[in-house]
Write a new protein. Structure first.
Length: 217
């Protein structure tokens, strides 16, 4: 069953397309990766797929909700909050009772120290906290950014293992990275390293972007 469908999706900033003509379908329990060099629009595509970024063209349909994991500059730990405080705050925002925090913290939170402050977390630990918090919303889709940013090989492998387990519960997971092993994921959206000039509105339907278009592999 598809939980995320993008049809002709695109985002334009001023006179340039950040990405354009993106068609993708993610099934429940699938891993989907958005890859490309820095500046290729990976984070914009990620946020658009999670419906956190307004489209300039096309549409994105979700079956259920999408939650953001760790997305630097968008969804990241509060420096002064402990891991436990992040959990309690997220539960409150979701309208869930405070007593739920006891069970969540007892679950282990991927080995995170409940007393650890946001400013003390490593990039790997920030990814783990982002996943733990995103799961509290019981979403159909979880989107996380930069899974290879600041992580060593062992941490990346462990994160992929955790993502695989999460997908096994039926959650579709969308990630971004500079590159991925295609055997790890069901779908790769590969972005170029240039942005295409946006055509005038009245001719937009007849012109094609030269680069930055999602390529399905």
């Amino acid at each position: 069953m598809s939980v995320l469908t993008a049809t002709g999706a695109g985002v334009r900033h001023r006179r340039r397309w950040l990405f354009r003509d993106l068609d993708v379908v993610a099934e429940a329990g699938e891993l989907l990766a958005v890859v490309g060099p820095p500046g290729s629009g990976r984070t914009t595509v990620l946020l658009a797929l999670a419906r956190r970024f307004r489209l300039s063209a096309g549409k994105i349909d979700l079956s259920g909700t999408a939650a953001l994991g760790y997305v630097p500059g968008v969804e990241e730990p509060e420096p002064a909050f402990s891991v436990a405080e992040h959990v309690r705050e997220r539960l409150a925002l979701l309208g869930r009772p405070a007593r739920d925090a006891t069970a969540v913290l007892a679950d282990g939170l991927y080995g995170l120290d409940p007393a650890g402050k946001g400013r003390q977390l490593t990039p790997y630990q920030k990814q783990l906290l982002g996943l733990a918090l995103a799961r509290l919303a019981e979403p159909a889709v979880i989107a996380i950014d930069g899974i290879d940013l600041g992580l060593d090989a062992a941490e990346q492998n462990e994160l992929w293992r955790i993502l695989g387990e999460l997908a096994g519960t039926g959650v579709a997971v969308v990630v971004t990275a500079r590159d991925v092993d295609p055997d790890r994921v069901a779908t790769v959206i590969r972005l170029g390293d240039h942005r295409a000039p946006a055509p005038p509105d009245e001719h937009a339907e007849t012109e094609l972007a030269e680069a930055g278009t999602g390529e399905m592999l």
